[in-house]
Design a protein around this ligand. Structure first.
Ligand code: FAD
Length: 657
């Protein structure tokens, strides 16, 4: 850092909202936010009803944005109730209140209406300024052209097949997953000769160098053996690594030795479950330490930690190299994670990416629940449709979605076993309010729930509290053209020691009226991923450390790192950070993925003991639990399936729609 001046980086230009807001929010810390900070208005009306309200168009710090989390943190810190004042009873009664407007909460509302009928009255409370949770839309207007980016959930995809309920919902929303091949221009970048590359930085590898990537990051590869041999040749010539790690990397990617001879399939898998992939590479493959450094963040996108905290058995399941000679049967061993991406063709084929990721799924759910809020009637036209946020919370609507509203308490009115109603308290614009409902679904994060409900049995509350969240950052940067990428012949960059470990040109997908960028002289979205972790610590501790790091990082720090990394890796192609960057949206997710159980650290997962997520998701009186934490697996289909199960748990009597 510090190699370039502010002028060279473009830090002096005012392209985005820098973090005045972030600094102010952090300074306030755990106190109740003043109304103005909660996007409040002088007349007290809901911000979402104001003309021009459109969160996807906001740039700067998004994801967990300032104003979304302060009330929850104050509840966590025990400072909330002493300042809360008297609650205002809204007088509203619902059949169902859902806490959390992510895919799980919206799906819960959808399934409830399916069961209880379209006359059922529903309220969804969401603490962010937009619905969708992790399924977040970023929208940009550059030179009169609208560009979309995914600020969170990338795609309908999983390592497991969608369940019947999930598939039925996707179909009912009008999404034809099998159409994706027609919408995705798979040849665009390869027809221009673009390929994946690795960026080695000077601080860690001795020189800033962009080198064509000879190994496929995630197992699959289209390159012919001859093309791959050529890539290795160039890699050997260009990569700023010593000869031994270069040779070890090449050996690893073609290794056919059985490094655990004499053991049965189960014995091998058990051994692998108890050692990290980094240990496997060091102690069994005998790879040079630089190989570990090159591969450390290779599965950040799955685990949110480096390979030193990922079990070797899981690395084998995902398709990382070095295991062929073990000839393991393609079935999970004890304590194996669920991310065995290689084996399930049905899951692999069920893939669909909207230009704004699964935000389009959230928007289709909202259109299903409140048709007046989003014009159109197909999964194509939803991509360019503008949401009328003022229609989300109308008095005369059967379904209402109240944004900028943090639930702070859920309690039965009377004995849990006999109560007819629950009361839900929430804070909107600094004001404590209550509503009542016959049922409540908590589709928010498990770790939040013990703060909302003090009625849960201790064992369940402890199981809830043990749920971890994986912090990560998805950043969208709009550049005015991508000629530098073409000049350097790259379409994606893996940066093993970079502030962002992976970044790429947008996936070229055109749907309905939305046409992806096809010409290098046109603006395009670059997607950049950062996983803040602390190598050497257990996975959960790394996640907590990373979360604190994300809350403490200002937009300016993100921006400076973005500009510098792009300039250093693409400058040789003519990239100019001051001239070429048109907009930046940093989606930070301190509470990102649901934590996947890990055989290195979670003995219950290894032993087949009772899973905390199963203990946590038990219904309690009129309250049921949804959200992806309920199955400890960070996928959209899990959020949907857990919503389906939660509505079932409520034992709703089915009425005719
Ligand atoms: C960056 C990222 C990328 C991902 N990519 C993919 C992908 O490509 N494919 C895939 O299948 N899955 C992906 N996932 C996982 C997937 O997005 C999630 O599993 C799923 O969207 C979770 O939905 P949810 O409704 O359970 O939780 P969330 O989306 O987190 O929604 C819960 C909502 O509840 C709100 N909330 C919490 N507490 C309160 C409260 N007290 N009051 C009111 N509201 C509250 C939260 O703010 C949040 O908006 C990704 C996740 C992340 C973070």
């Amino acid at each position: 850092m510090g190699t370039f001046s502010d002028e060279e980086l473009g830090m002096n230009l005012r392209i985005t909202r820098r973090d005045f807001l972030n600094g102010a929010a952090l300074a306030i810390g755990t106190s109740l936010l003043p109304r103005s900070m909660m996007f409040g208005s002088a007349d007290g009306s809901e911000p979402q009803n104001h003309p021009g309200y459109s969160p996807p168009k906001s740039t700067g710090l998004r994801g967990s944005h300032p104003g979304a989390f302060e009330v929850a943190h104050s509840l966590r810190d025990g400072t909330f109730w002493s300042q809360a004042g008297k609650a205002a009873d809204t007088g509203e009664h619902y059949d169902l209140v859902v806490v959390g407007g992510g895919i799980s909460g919206l799906s819960a509302a959808y399934f409830f209406r399916q069961a209880a009928g379209s006359q059922a009255k529903l309220l969804v409370l969401e603490n962010h300024d937009d619905f969708g949770g992790h399924a977040k839309r970023n929208e940009f207007n550059v030179g009169g052209r609208t560009l979309l980016g995914f600020g969170g959930t990338f795609a309908i995809e999983s390592t497991e097949p969608y369940t019947p309920a999930g598939k039925a919902l996707i179909k009912d929303l009008g999404i034809e997953v099998s159409r994706f091949a027609q919408l995705h221009d798979t040849r665009l970048y390869s027809s221009l000769g673009l390929q994946p590359a690795i960026f080695f930085n000077k601080e860690n590898f001795g020189a800033d160098r962009l080198v064509k990537n000879p190994f496929s990051l995630w197992g699959d590869s289209d390159a012919s053996p001859a093309a791959r041999a050529n890539l290795w040749k160039h890699f050997n010539a260009d990569a700023p690594l010593n000869d031994k790690p270069k040779a070890d990397l090449k050996r690893l990617y073609s290794l056919s030795d059985d490094l655990l001879p004499g053991l049965t399939d189960t014995e091998k898998k058990t051994r692998l479950a108890k050692m990290s992939y980094a240990d496997y590479l060091t102690s069994l493959v005998k790879a040079d330490p630089q190989v570990i450094e090159v591969l450390r963040p290779i599965i950040h996108a799955w685990y949110g930690v480096g390979i030193e905290a990922v079990p070797a058995q899981d690395a084998w399941g995902i398709g990382l190299p070095g295991f062929d000679g073990l000839e393991l049967a393609p079935s999970p061993g004890p304590g194996m994670g669920r991310d065995a991406i290689r084996w399930n063709q049905e899951a692999k084929d069920y893939f669909f990416h909207f230009p704004d990721g699964n935000a389009s799924v959230a928007r289709l759910l909202v259109r299903n629940l409140i048709p007046a809020a989003i014009p159109g009637n197909t999964a194509d036209d939803v991509v360019t449709a503008q949401v009328d946020y003022s229609k989300l919370d109308q008095t005369n609507s059967h379904v209402r979605i109240r944004l900028n509203s943090t639930a702070v308490r859920v309690r039965h009115l009377g004995e849990v076993s006999t109560a007819k109603e629950v009361e839900v308290s929430y804070v909107e614009q600094g004001k404590l309010c209550t509503v009542r409902a016959a049922h409540c679904v908590l589709a928010c994060w498990n770790s939040m729930i013990p703060y909302l409900s003090t009625e849960l049995p201790d064992k369940q509350a402890q199981a809830m509290a043990s749920a971890e969240k994986v912090p990560l950052v998805y950043t969208n940067v709009v550049i005015r053209n991508w000629e530098s990428w073409v000049k350097l012949a790259v379409d994606s960059i893996y940066a093993p020691a970079g502030y962002f470990s992976y970044y790429s040109l947008d996936m070229p997908v055109s749907i309905g009226k939305y046409q992806c960028t096809k010409r290098p002289d046109e603006p395009i979205v670059i997607h950049m991923q950062r996983v803040p972790c602390a190598p050497g610590l257990p996975a959960r501790v790394q996640h907590r450390t990373g979360r604190a790091n994300l809350y403490a990082t200002t937009f300016e720090v993100f921006e400076r790192n973005i500009r510098e990394l792009l300039l250093r890796s693409l400058g040789a192609g003519g990239f100019d950070a001051a001239r070429d960057i048109a907009a930046i949206t940093v989606n930070r997710w301190p509470h990102g993925y649901a934590y996947h159980y890990n055989s290195l650290y979670d003995s219950f997962w290894m032993d087949g003991g009772p899973l905390p997520c199963v203990i946590a998701r038990q219904p309690h009186g009129r309250v049921a639990i949804a959200n992806a934490d309920s199955d400890a697996f960070a996928y959209t289909h899990v959020a949907i399936e857990q919503a389906h199960r939660a509505i079932d748990d409520l034992g709703i009597q089915v009425r005719a729609a």
